[in-house]
Design a protein around this ligand. Structure first.
Ligand code: SF4
Length: 169
């Protein structure tokens, strides 16, 4: 076990109080960190933020700093380069705080096997509050996942039929 992994594990497993899936704050503020991968999941998050999904109306918004964030939203497999960045973002967030993995890479490493530069997904490294699978998940699937934390039901994006998939393009 390398030093980076040991430090990372300690930082995440101490964790502090986790986000409770009841009594949603409004809005819930998200800070996104892409720790590796192909960038596809990050593009879907951009589409969620800028597209017709009304994520603010559902009670969620992105913030540019972890210091004001409630939830750390991670995309991509964890590289050794980004591990300290992710740890710093987590430590900067006020408590209570939550951790959400978006996409297969963030969850279990996805298509990127562990090697000397890649540490893999967070599923065996941290207490994850919510995992949103997919490669990548669509913006609507991400919003549905966020809403599931609070038992809400996301509204379909304007102009989209119920049950249809939606991707950034
Ligand atoms: S889960 Fe798929 S889309 Fe997302 S970063 Fe990994 S390879 Fe890219």
């Amino acid at each position: 076990m390398g030093l980076i992994r040991a430090v990372f594990d300690a930082a995440f497993r101490q964790g502090g109080p986790r986000l409770k899936p009841v009594g949603p704050r409004w809005p819930l503020l998200l800070f996104h960190v892409d720790t590796g991968g192909c960038g596809g999941c990050g593009m879907e998050l951009e589409a969620l933020s800028a597209g017709p999904y009304d994520m603010e109306g559902a009670g969620f918004g992105f913030v540019p700093s972890p210091r004001s964030a409630d939830v750390l939203l991670v995309t991509g497999t964890l590289t050794r380069t980004m591990a300290p960045v992710l740890e710093a973002a987590w430590q900067a967030m006020p408590k209570p705080k939550g951790l959400i993995c978006v996409g297969g890479c963030a969850m279990d490493g996805g298509i990127f096997p562990e090697n000397y530069t890649v540490m893999g997904g967070l599923d065996r490294k941290a207490a994850i509050d919510l995992q949103i699978p997919g490669c990548p998940p669509t913006p609507q699937q991400v919003l549905d996942g966020l809403c599931s934390l609070f038992g809400q039901r996301a509204q379909p994006a304007k102009g989209q039929a119920e049950g249809s998939s939606s991707t950034s393009s």
